[in-house]
Design a protein around this ligand. Structure first.
Ligand SMILES: Cc1cc2nc3c(=O)[nH]c(=O)nc-3n(C[C@H](O)[C@H](O)[C@H](O)COP(=O)(O)OP(=O)(O)OC[C@H]3O[C@@H](n4cnc5c(N)ncnc54)[C@H](O)[C@@H]3O)c2cc1C
Length: 332
């Protein structure tokens, strides 16, 4: 077992904040994972799982074992695709499209690993991964046994699941089984995607995937160019009456109607209306391109990010009475 000490993690995260792990290990098999968990147990330290590092905000010094989950492999049986946790999500999307299996096209170009995808139930352009998952195989971190969870056991919700709530830190995801379709059914609920596709004469899954990729490249800062973790805040969900009060204060705020008289607001719009686009604390900055994205503008550190988040949450609360919740995982 090759365990490194005092490992700099900045290059393993898309945000690129400086963060040193006391111990670091790359797990390439289930046996590696078991050994890593036993190592942490013996030393009475936490084991923190890292995938592609695209949804984490790490403190400068981590007194734990960071386990980078790098298990690889894809098995296809009819329309069920079972993928190991360390595979890159977007590569899997492209591979399935190439094999004539559909359902993942709207989720193109989401960064990160397959193993982390169920953690926050990744979603984009009207589709969430829960709609295509048939099972998630996990390793229980205490008993070191494997078990298979079906969709209902994963308790998926908007950017959440059992892995972020009741069973936080209980499991390592080792495989995700996706139930795809041999028949392509376009999911074009999002007006932005519809208008991107207006000029297309033939609608195939590849055409939809390419359109999603174009929109994302236009809208979101590329983590290869400037450090970020995508959306930093969840879109808040309010009641119809709360929405009416917000509209009195700021008539241009729009919302998406959801079942149960609920309205999903755009967190980006609220941040923008609060005049925070371009706002900086130290090296952390609210992106000029997209107000929901915080960027590592100039050697940002953890406290810059904490400071900027505090400022945004307070400003949106005082202007609209809405409490913003962060989306990435903070680990200290
Ligand atoms: C530019 C950009 C755009 C993005 N767009 C979207 C989007 O459209 N929709 C969306 O939903 N998300 C989006 N994200 C967020 C991110 O891509 C997803 O959350 C992704 O699933 C994170 O994968 P990761 O492997 O990088 O996870 P990491 O950041 O490495 O980890 C995230 C969490 O998962 C845990 N974890 C990682 N691997 C495992 C495992 N095998 N078992 C158990 N726990 C594990 C970690 O401990 C951590 O708590 C975006 C991020 C960026 C940078």
């Amino acid at each position: 077992m090759f365990i490194e000490e005092n490992k700099q993690l900045a290059a393993f995260t898309t945000f690129g904040l400086p963060s040193i792990a006391r111990y670091y290990f790359e797990a390439r098999s289930c046996e590696d994972l078991r050994e890593a968990l036993l190592f942490a147990k013996r030393r009475k330290i936490d084991a923190f799982l890292l995938g592609g590092g695209s949804n984490v905000v790490l403190a400068p010094s981590l007194n734990c074992l960071v386990v980078r989950v790098m298990l690889g492999g894809i098995e296809v049986t009819d329309n069920i695709v079972k993928v190991k946790a360390g595979e890159n999500w977007h590569s899997v999307v492209l591979a399935t499209l190439g094999q004539g299996l559909f359902g993942l096209e709207n989720l193109s170009l989401i960064p990160g690993s397959v193993g982390a995808a169920p953690i926050q139930n990744i979603g984009a352009y009207g589709v969430e991964i829960e709609s295509v998952i048939s099972a998630v195989t996990v390793l229980d971190r205490q008993t070191l046994d494997f078990l298979s969870l079906d969709v209902s056991e994963c308790k998926f919700g908007y950017r959440t699941s059992i892995f972020k709530e009741d069973s936080k830190d209980k499991y390592v995801v080792t495989d995700v089984s996706l139930k795809l379709s041999e028949q392509f059914t376009p999911r074009l609920d999002y007006p932005e995607l519809q208008s991107e596709l207006e000029t297309e004469s033939v609608l195939t899954a590849k055409v939809v995937s390419d359109a999603v990729i174009r929109i994302r490249k236009r809208k979101l800062p590329d983590p290869e160019q400037i450090g970020n973790v995508g959306s930093f805040f969840k879109n808040p969900i309010v009641t119809l009456s709360e929405f009416e009060v917000i509209k009195l204060n700021e008539p241009t705020v729009t919302g998406l109607h959801m079942p149960g008289n609920l309205i999903k607001l755009s967190a980006a719009r609220l941040i923008d209306h609060a005049g925070l686009k371009g706002k900086r604390v130290g090296g952390a900055k609210v992106s000029e391109q997209h107000a929901l994205v915080l960027t590592n503008h100039a050697h940002a550190n953890y406290s810059d990010v904490e400071g900027l988040v505090g400022l945004i949450v307070a400003a949106v609360k005082s202007r609209f009475g809405v409490s913003l919740e962060t989306e990435p995982v903070f680990y200290t």
